[in-house]
Design a protein around this ligand. Sequence first.
Ligand code: ZN
Length: 281
Amino acid sequence: MKFHQRTSEIYIPDTVEGDIAFSRTTHLAVSAHQDDLEIMAAAPILECFQNEQKWFSGVVVTDGRGSPRNGIYEKYDDEEMRRVRFKEQRKAAIVGEYAAQFMLDYPSKEVKSNSTNPVDDLVTILEATQPQFVYTHNLADKHDTHVAVALKVVEAIRRISKENRPKKLFGCEVWRSLDWLPDDEKVLFDVSEQENLQLVLLGVFDSQITGGKRYDLASMARRRANATYFESHEVDLKTGLSFGMDMSILIESDNLDPAEFIQSYIQKFSQDVSNRLKRVR
Ligand SMILES: [Zn+2]
């Protein structure tokens, strides 16, 4: 498999041959940074864990060079930081028993540009893995690089012939939760089980957590909060929920503008708020 960046990496935790690792993939998640996969795609990781029929593969698009650093990592230069973040991502792939972990190693700047190199690489991965389900950042995320990655994913899938495309494309939560989506528009990912594994998957990213951001606690807390605040009239049946946005229509209708697509959801949110006010006034 050939990618544009010479320094890109493919890591296969159980060391089977590439073709075997890729073709067994059923669930593929594509994120901007190391640790985003474990924050946003815990549900498919757990669904595929210890399951011979379902396999999760992850793609991280950026190189981790620009990461904030603190504590024992404070004096690390960009290259050392990149190596640490790659190492952490490999650890997560081992814990989560991923089919394969791709690290495309692009500077954020290139991802946010109109470069088509990341799109080419994603097409290569999609063709080799042929996943049924694809997960990426949602288009209302507030991190530029996240949204840029989501757009590249849509572009890549649109380059593939319709019959070979994934069945579903989901937008997931990292820098902005999806609590604002009207309930009947939310895709619910139950992450009530195996909190132990979820904690480890988040916890291996020490450079970010020690770096001053408790993404581990915050992500677990968001899952709990999503579950509790989802249903106001029922007792908690789930103890962990992640919300997703169904973005599949973007890979079914090639002419649909992603900006128009996300605006339609924002309009639904706006309508939901207005309707409630009218109702109770
Ligand atoms: Zn990120």
